[in-house]
Ligand binder design. Structure first.
Ligand code: KIV
Ligand code: ZN
Length: 515
C-alpha cells in the first residue's frame, strides 16, 4: 500500500491571518464541519491564547467536530501552552502545535534571543504540552532561512522532548522546489531520531511556489502537508488545499502517496470559505476557479466535445464543481460549440437554421464578452420571430441628446427584397423609431404597453423589450432583444407589427422551439 500523506488544514488559523478576514465562532464551526466532511486529517482551529474568542472557538470545535484531529497553535511560552492545554480539555482528538523562530534573522531582530535559549524554550514547551496531550507538533518558524546545523539540533531536541510531528515552515515563501527537497533530505539524514516523528511542511506562496514546494517535500519523504482552503493565509497565502490534494491525486503515478480527502467536497468547501471570509476566488484559480472547467476557444470546444480528456486532466465531478465541462460561448467560439450548447438546451436545428443562428451569434458575441444560455434563448426566439416576417428590420439609426429633437432613420426589407428607408422625429428616441417604421409599414395602431428588462447581468447585457399594440380591437404582443435597447425596441415593434400583418393575411406563426 502507498504511504498516506496527512492533510493538515490551517484555514481557521493561518487562513484567518489573511488581511481583512475575521471569522466569528459560528463561521469557524461551520467551516470546521465542512472540512470534516471533506475528510482532512487535522484541522488547526485557531490560536487559543490569541483572544478569548479564538479560545472559545477552538474549544467548541475540539469538543464537537468528529473525524479530524483538532489542533491549536501555541507560542513556546508557558502562558500560551497553558491556554492551549485548557482549550483542549474535553477534546475528542487533540493536538497542540508549538512554534518558535529558528532563523538568525528572527532571533536577532525579532526575538533578541540566542540559539541556546530558543532551544531550551522549545523543549520546555513541547514537554509541557506532551504532559497534557498525546500529540504535539513543533514548528521552527522561518526554517528555510535557518542554519541547517542548528535546525537539526533543535528538531532532535524537541523529538526527544515528545514532539510527534515536526513541521518545516517556509514561513516567508523563500525556498524553491529543488532546494526544499534537498533540505528535507538533509533533515532525514542528520536528525538521528527523525523516524520517531512525522515530518510535515508548511509552505507560503510569496513566489507562487507553495504547492510545488509541498510536492517536492513529499518526494523527499514528508508525510504531512499544511494547507489552507483557496490558498488563504498571511501575505500571498499558504499552499492551497485543493491544489495540493488534486495534484497528489491526479499525479499519483509520480507522487506515489495516498490521501484520505473526499475530493467531491472540495468545491463546496471552497465556496463556503469564500462566502464566509469575503475573499473571492479568482476565476482562473486552479481546481476551484469558475473557469477551471470552461472552454472558450472554438478549437478547444470542438476537441472537448469529441473527448473531454482532450483538454481536461481532471473530471469536474471529482471536485464537485458545478460547471461540469462547460462550453463558454464567446467571439472565438465555433459552430461545433454553438451546436452542442443549443442541443444541451434542447434545440435541434437544421444545418440551414444553425448557419443563420451562427451569423447572429457571432454578431452578438462581438458586442458581449460571453453569450450565455439566456442570450441564446433570446436570440433564438428573435430569430423565430423574424422567420415568417412580412417586414424585416435591416438598419436603425438614432440621433438624440439633451439639445436636439430625437430623430430616427430606419431601413426595412420586405419579402420581395425591396429595401425602404425613412426617417422621423419623435418625443424620444423610441418614439422617433416607431414613427419612422409607421411611415414605411403604414399600419395604424396604438402602443398600449412598453417594458424593458435586462436578459443577463452586466454592462454588456442584452435588453429585452416587450410591447403591446392595439389595432382593430385586438392586441398584438412583440418582443425584441439586443445589447442596444433602442434596437431591441425597434425589433419588438417589428415583431408586433408582423404578427398583426400575419393575422390579417391568415398566416400561422412558425417558431423554433425546444424539442
Ligand atoms: O508560517 C509559519 O511559519 C507558521 C508557523 C506558525 C507554523 O504559520
Ligand atoms: Zn504560516
Amino acid at each position: 500500500m502507498a504511504d498516506r500523506v496527512i492533510i493538515f488544514d490551517t484555514t481557521l488559523r493561518d487562513g484567518e491571518q489573511t488581511a481583512g478576514v475575521a471569522l466569528n465562532a459560528d463561521d469557524k464551526m461551520e467551516i470546521a464541519l465542512q472540512l470534516a466532511k471533506t475528510g482532512v486529517d487535522v484541522i488547526e482551529a485557531g490560536f487559543a491564547a490569541s483572544s478569548p474568542g479564538d479560545f472559545e472557538a477552538v474549544r467548541a470545535i475540539a469538543r464537537t467536530v468528529k473525524g479530524p484531529r483538532i489542533a491549536t497553535l501555541s507560542r513556546c511560552v508557558s502562558g500560551d501552552v497553558e491556554a492551549a492545554i485548557q482549550a483542549m480539555e474535553g477534546a475528542l482528538d487533540p493536538r497542540i502545535h508549538c512554534f518558535i523562530s529558528s532563523s538568525d534573522i528572527h532571533l536577532l531582530h525579532q526575538m533578541q534571543k540566542d540559539r541556546e535559549g530558543v532551544l531550551l524554550q522549545a523543549v520546555a514547551a513541547v514537554r509541557r504540552a506532551r504532559e497534557a496531550v498525546e500529540d504535539v507538533e513543533f514548528s521552527p518558524m522561518d526554517a528555510t532561512r535557518s542554519d541547517p546545523r542548528y535546525l537539526y539540533q533543535l528538531l532532535e531536541a524537541v523529538i526527544d522532548a515528545g514532539a510527534t510531528t515536526v513541521n518545516i515552515p517556509d514561513t516567508v515563501g523563500y525556498t524553491v522546489p529543488q532546494e526544499f527537497e534537498e533540505m528535507l533530505r538533509g533533515i532525514y539524514e542528520n536528525v538521528k531520531n527523525i523516524h520517531r516523528a512525522v515530518v510535515s511542511v508548511h509552505c507560503h506562496n510569496d513566489l507562487g511556489l507553495a504547492t510545488a514546494n509541498s510536492l517536492a517535500a513529499v518526494r523527499a519523504g514528508a508525510r504531512q502537508i499544511e494547507v489552507c482552503v483557496n490558498g488563504l493565509g498571511e501575505r500571498a497565502g499558504n499552499a492551497s488545499l485543493e491544489e495540493v490534494v488534486m495534484a497528489l491525486k491526479t499525479r499519483q503515478d509520480r507522487s506515489g502517496v495516498d490521501i484520505g480527502v473526499n475530493t467531491r467536497e472540495l468545491y463546496r468547501t471552497s465556496r463556503l470559505v469564500s462566502d464566509l471570509t469575503g475573499i473571492v476566488v479568482q476565476p482562473n484559480k486552479a481546481v476551484v476557479g469558475l473557469n477551471a472547467f470552461r472552454h472558450a476557444s472554438g478549437i478547444h470546444q470542438d476537441a472537448v466535445i469529441k473527448l473531454r480528456e482532450n483538454f481536461e486532466i481532471m473530471d469536474p465531478r471529482e471536485i464537485g464543481h458545478p460547471e461540469a465541462t462547460k462550453i463558454v460561448l464567446t467571439k472565438v467560439s465555433g459552430r461545433a460549440g454553438l451546436k452542442k450548447r443549443l442541443e444541451e438546451l434542447g434545440y435541434e436545428l437544421t444545418q440551414e437554421d444553425l448557419d443563420r443562428i451562427f451569423v447572429r451569434f457571432k454578431d452578438l458575441a462581438d458586442k458581449k464578452t460571453e453569450v450565455d444560455d439566456r442570450d441564446l434563448e433570446a436570440l433564438l426566439s428573435d430569430e423565430s420571430r423574424s422567420a415568417d416576417a412580412t417586414w424585416l428590420l435591416e438598419r436603425v439609426h438614432v440621433s438624440a441628446g439633451d439639445t436636439i429633437r430625437p430623430t430616427a432613420t430606419v431601413r426595412l426589407v420586405n419579402k420581395e427584397g425591396d429595401r425602404i428607408e425613412d426617417a422621423a422625429v419623435g418625443d424620444g428616441p423610441v418614439d422617433a423609431v416607431y414613427k419612422a417604421i409607421n411611415r414605411i409599414v403604414g399600419e395604424p395602431n396604438t402602443l398600449s404597453e412598453y417594458t424593458v428588462k435586462s436578459v443577463t447581468e452586466g454592462i454588456d447585457a442584452q435588453g429585452e423589450v416587450i410591447i403591446r399594440i392595439e389595432a382593430g380591437g385586438r392586441t398584438y404582443t412583440g418582443r425584441g432583444a439586443d445589447t442596444d435597447i433602442i434596437v431591441a425596441s425597434a425589433k419588438a415593434y417589428m415583431n408586433a407589427l408582423n404578427r398583426l400583418l400575419a393575422l390579417r393575411a391568415g398566416k400561422a406563426e412558425q417558431r423554433i422551439v425546444p424539442v
